[in-house]
Design a protein around this ligand. Structure first.
Ligand code: SF4
Length: 270
């Protein structure tokens, strides 16, 4: 039913590899929109470049597939010109935090009412498995055959520090949680950032001997834990674990509304 209602079936089948987590994240976004009962015409999906960003071509909303790293710049223009739209950005870890890193921090700083969902698979999948800003230190990529020496970003901490007013992290193993997180992100009047930890068995998985897609899923099951459980762990037990759930929520003026106030006051003066 979701497929017939929300997907451009003429563009299917999709190009994603067997075992890729992108389909679960995409379904979570669609399910969240469905749960909220939003009209398809009131949604605009904006994507950048990468495997995950192909999702905009499969979805039957207002959609735009933009240039590498620039989805948030396009989304900002769309939101300013159409404040009534729910603007949702679909992006990957490289697209969002390397090429598009500046757009991410400034969108968060402005607290513009855009919901950003990052498909974080720790690699550049579409271009062949290069390491990205979220590839864990020591892990391999085609451009880091002996191990990545960079410190990896915690994207949620980055978004929170830059000013996002809703921040959460889910995984493809916790799909029901991810659906709720996308719902909360859309409902938040401001910049929402949702990190969806997903899998790339073809490149990141193979390069790092993570096993098959099912093994990567088991890894998420065993190592993604909520904040309360995480806080009870010793430093040694925390190694390899990461926190999921709602990580930050705040209220402050939203950019488009503030911009509208300026326009209105200017109109009155004239
Ligand atoms: Fe998914 Fe990786 Fe294949 Fe891209 S390369 S479709 S991220 S499994």
């Amino acid at each position: 039913q979701l497929v017939n209602e929300y997907f451009r079936t003429e563009n299917l089948p999709h190009i994603w590899c067997p075992g890729c987590g992108n389909g679960i994240v995409t379904r979570s976004i669609v399910k969240a929109i469905d749960n909220l009962g939003l009209d398809k015409d009131d949604i605009c999906i904006v994507s950048g470049i990468g495997c995950s960003s192909r999702a905009s071509g499969y979805l039957d909303f207002n959609t735009i597939h933009t240039t590498h790293g620039r989805a948030l710049a396009f989304a900002t223009g769309i939101k300013l010109a159409n404040p009534e739209l729910h603007v949702i950005v679909i992006t990957g870890d490289g697209d969002c935090s390397a090429i598009g890193g500046n757009h991410l921090i400034h969108s968060a700083r402005r607290n513009i009412d855009i919901t950003t969902i990052v498909f974080n698979n720790n690699t550049y999948g579409m271009t062949g498995g290069q390491y990205s800003p979220t590839t864990p230190t020591g892990d391999k990529g085609t451009t880091a055959p002996y191990g990545n020496i960079d410190a990896n970003f915690d994207l949620c901490e980055l978004a929170k520090a830059a000013g996002a007013t809703y921040v959460s992290r889910g995984t493809i193993f916790t799909a029901n949680m991810l659906i709720k997180q996308v719902e909360e992100g859309i409902k938040n009047k401001g910049f929402s950032f949702i990190e969806a930890v997903t899998t790339c068995p073809t490149y990141y998985g193979r390069k790092n001997k993570k096993g098959e897609a099912i093994d990567m899923m088991k890894y998420l099951k065993e190592n993604a834990i909520n904040i309360a459980a995480y806080d009870k762990l010793t430093d040694e037990q925390k190694i390899g674990k990461f926190v999921i759930g709602e990580l930050y929520k705040n209220t402050r003026p939203e950019y488009v509304e503030e911009y509208q106030k300026i326009i209105e006051s200017f109109s009155k003066e004239r």
